[in-house]
Design a protein around this ligand. Sequence first.
Ligand SMILES: [Zn+2]
Length: 261
Amino acid sequence: MLTPRLDRVFIYHCGDKYSDDNLDRFISKIDTTPGLGPKGNCWLWEDWLENGYGKFRLNISPGNNLRMSATHVSLETSSGKLITEGLLVRHKCDFPQCVRYDHLLEGTQQDNINDKIDRGRQATNETHGMSKINIDIAARARYLYDSCDYTQMQIENELHIDQTVVSDILKNKLWYDKSYISGNSKLGRNGTTKLTWELVGEIRRLYSIGKYTMQQLGNMFAIDVSHICAIIKNKKWYDQNYILPESQNGRNKYSNACNIL
Ligand SMILES: [Zn+2]
């Protein structure tokens, strides 16, 4: 697949609003790797995020800058037209971190609310008596889910997050994290491989040598990572002679808790 030439997309200075330096800096913060976003064709903002939405620091003069939403910059510098004051930029792709110009359109706050209602996830970035969700809470939800000690429903209760939001976080649709491999990804929550004691022993042995992460082992054997985790923690296929990896002196700070790194 061809890499999009961002320097041929984001070209308009909009008068003197965007200097060459600002355009270059804007482009340098965008990841166009194929596979990002719900349909795999989003361009990801790789810098400052607020509530999952990209922010850009527009340098006006030395020491003087303006905070802008990255989606505004994307639309303005790709079309040459300034966004009408008071209007928002909406995502056709339903992916807050995306700054791909043709996934964006100008709209009102009401359009935005209608979008959210349409998609049945109005609670997404709102409070509604729920936790205000930020990237830390999203990471915590994933961490709990991958620990194999929590069901999705327990996470909703523990973190006071709406069910649809937890589901979107675990599918990596909200608060997208490139390094996160969704528990609901292609292998599904239930492993497809039939486990045997022999296989369990092999999984434990491979993990103990420290060369593979749980996720890699999951992929290798086509077993869901939550099962790998339970095996490694000796919660399933209990073996009284098995020595837990956490007593073998830290591989990394996450290993005890089955975070998939
Ligand atoms: Zn997109």
